[in-house]
Every structure is written in structure tokens, then in C-alpha cells.
Design a protein around this ligand. Sequence first.
Ligand SMILES: Cc1cc2nc3c(=O)[nH]c(=O)nc-3n(C[C@H](O)[C@H](O)[C@H](O)COP(=O)(O)OP(=O)(O)OC[C@H]3O[C@@H](n4cnc5c(N)ncnc54)[C@H](O)[C@@H]3O)c2cc1C
Length: 356
Amino acid sequence: MPTSSPTAEIVVVGGGIAALELVLALREAAGDRVHITLVAAQPDFVLQPALVAAVPSRHGAHRRPLRAIADDLGVTLVQAAVASVDPVGRRVVLRRGDPLPYDSLVLAHGAQTVPAFEGVIALGGTVESQELRTLREEIAGGRVRSVAFVAPSRAGWLVPLYDAALLATKSGHTVRVSLITREVRPLEAFGAEASATVAAALAAAGIDFIAGQTARVVEGDVRVAGGSISADRIVALPLVRGLRIAGIPAGGEFGLIPVDRFGRVKGLEDVYAAGDATDYPVKHGSVAGQQADAVAAAIAAPAGSEPFTPVLRATLLAGTAAPIPVGDGAGNDEPAQVPGRYLAPYLRGADETVAA
Ligand SMILES: Cc1cc2nc3c(=O)[nH]c(=O)nc-3n(C[C@H](O)[C@H](O)[C@H](O)COP(=O)(O)OP(=O)(O)OC[C@H]3O[C@@H](n4cnc5c(N)ncnc54)[C@H](O)[C@@H]3O)c2cc1C
């Protein structure tokens, strides 16, 4: 942690899982040695998974005013979007014009989604759960008899696509479901054991798993090498792209922020990034939380901190009755709908306070 002032000024950009986990982890690791300013474009923290899964969560939908969280954690909240960073002058510049100085800066401002195909139901940042609900109703009413679920790339939010495919088969009416992906095995990033678990779930649900394909959608059909798959409806993941902030490097074709295993932004001093904003290919709340924990440790105690070593773990909800934990250590714990070592208990505590 830089020592230019007795209390280091940490600026955190974002208001999602990565930003809040970072704040909580940093409070734990550095206590009052840091002053934290959270710069968030939106007024509320929204836990996307609860919206996305379109399945009632044990904790309900999570939407909390960031103002209340910031007051609770002793954090200064600046409700504004960051436009640029001046790494030499060590300040961020808000879109409305004013600068904010920092000793350490953490970028946790997520990613943007770009539709991969036209004329499909897109699972994405601005979650289309209404369209998915309508789709399930159409299947239940027998009006839709076949659905193709398509992952256009290996990077991104793959877990919800599998979830949506499994949910489609539970709509109470026979439907032909195919899942087309560039992966070689189902959810391959989560490891061989997870793949086997998911493959068994897909097979049990009668889903046709079509692996290793770079799919295109042409005139309402999914084109793959050597053929085409026709379906009444197509559901596709969007492409993941970086949200550009001037002064911050953007890597490769996806424009995401290149980081090392401590979350340090390559080429910049005392600038870190965590969550969907980074170039780590798996986009998931639990990954965002782990990256934030590694960054908090690196800021609080750079000499002894542990690098980010991803433990990939998710829960396929697959209908409320049968959640399927997949990945490292799956089955040792309850399904983790709320990610984050510090964020999950914090939100649970707030729920209990509200309920009391
Ligand atoms: C369809 C779908 C389903 C998903 N399902 C699950 C699931 O079941 N379980 C799970 O764990 N994960 C799931 N995820 C992934 C999970 O939602 C993301 O990985 C996670 O939200 C990433 O958190 P983040 O904090 O990095 O980014 P975000 O949650 O995107 O937060 C970014 C924040 O930064 C703010 N911001 C953006 N630009 C600026 C700026 N310039 N200045 C200031 N603030 C800014 C935004 O307003 C936002 O508050 C799903 C994602 C999708 C799209």
C-alpha cells in the first residue's frame, strides 16, 4: 500500500459484486489504514444472478441502494461514471468533469455485451428474463417444440446458458433442446469432474450437446460445420467486450483489461482490476469475488499476498427442485447463489436485519 499519506486513498470504480467484495475484503485486511471512495454509475447494487436465473432465490432478488451500503461500511460514495484515468497524475476523471486523486485504484466496472446474432433471444447484461419466461410458456403451451441454445465464444457467462437450456426441458411439454458450444466438453473451464456431472445432467434432460462448434445463425437456422440445426427459437449468449475507460489498457480483440495474477493492471502502477472488467475468460460472480479478494490482499499487504488462483464453482439451478453444484469442492456447501467470501455473509446479515 502506498505511504504517501497516513491513510491511503483507495478509489474503487463500480458497484457490483467485484467492487463490494473488494470494499469488504479491504476493510477486513486494512481496517482504518485506508479511506475508500466508491465511484458507481448506478445508484443500486443489483445481484444479477437473482434476476437472471428467473428462479426464486432463497434470498430473493438482491437490489440494495449503494448509499446504504456505503454508509454502513464507512465508505465515501460518489454517484458518477468514470470517464478516464490519469495514471501519471494518479487521479480518475469523472464524466461530469471533476478529478478524484488516488493512492491505489481498483477498476471493477464490469463488461458490456454485444449481441452475437440478430433475431435470437439474447442472454445478456440487460437480462432478458421476460423473453425466457415467455419462451417457457410457449413450450408449456406446445407452441414451441424445438430450441437451440448457442454459446458463440468460450469467454463469457456460460453457466446461465446451461441453466436456461436445462430449465427449458422442465416446462411440462416435450421440446427438442440442443446446446451448441465452442467448448469441447460441457463447462470445460470448471474441470473434468464438473464436465462429467453436467454432461450427465444434459443427457438425463435429453439435451443434444453439440461441442467444438463455431456456430453462426443464418435465416433462423444455426449453422455448424457440416450442417445446420433448425429450431423454433434460438437463445444465444452475447459476446463480451470491455467497457473502455481512457488511460486504461484494453487487451486483445475483446478490449478487456489485462491483469496479472494479483489483479495488477499490466503496465500501470498501483492500478488494479477485478471481475468481468478483466481479461480472465470465465465471467462469473464467484470469479469476480475471488479476484477482488486477491486485489484487496495485494493492496493491504503487497509483500505477503496470495495470487488469484481460481476456484471455479457454480450452481446450475436447473429448476428449483434439483440444483447441481459443479466445479472445485462442489457439494461441500450449499448452492452459492450469492458469490463472495465477504459479500455473501454481509448480504445475508442485512437480510436477517431486514427480516427481524
Ligand atoms: C445472463 C447472466 C447470468 C448470470 N448468472 C450468474 C449466476 O447465476 N451466478 C453468478 O455468480 N454469476 C452470474 N453471472 C455473472 C455475474 O453476474 C457477473 O460475473 C458479475 O456480475 C460480475 O461482477 P462485476 O462486479 O465484475 O461487474 P458488474 O456486476 O457488471 O458491475 C459493474 C458495476 O460498475 C458500474 N460501472 C460501469 N461503468 C462504470 C463507470 N465508467 N464508472 C462507474 N461505474 C461504472 C456498473 O453500473 C455496475 O454497477 C451472470 C451473468 C449474466 C450476464
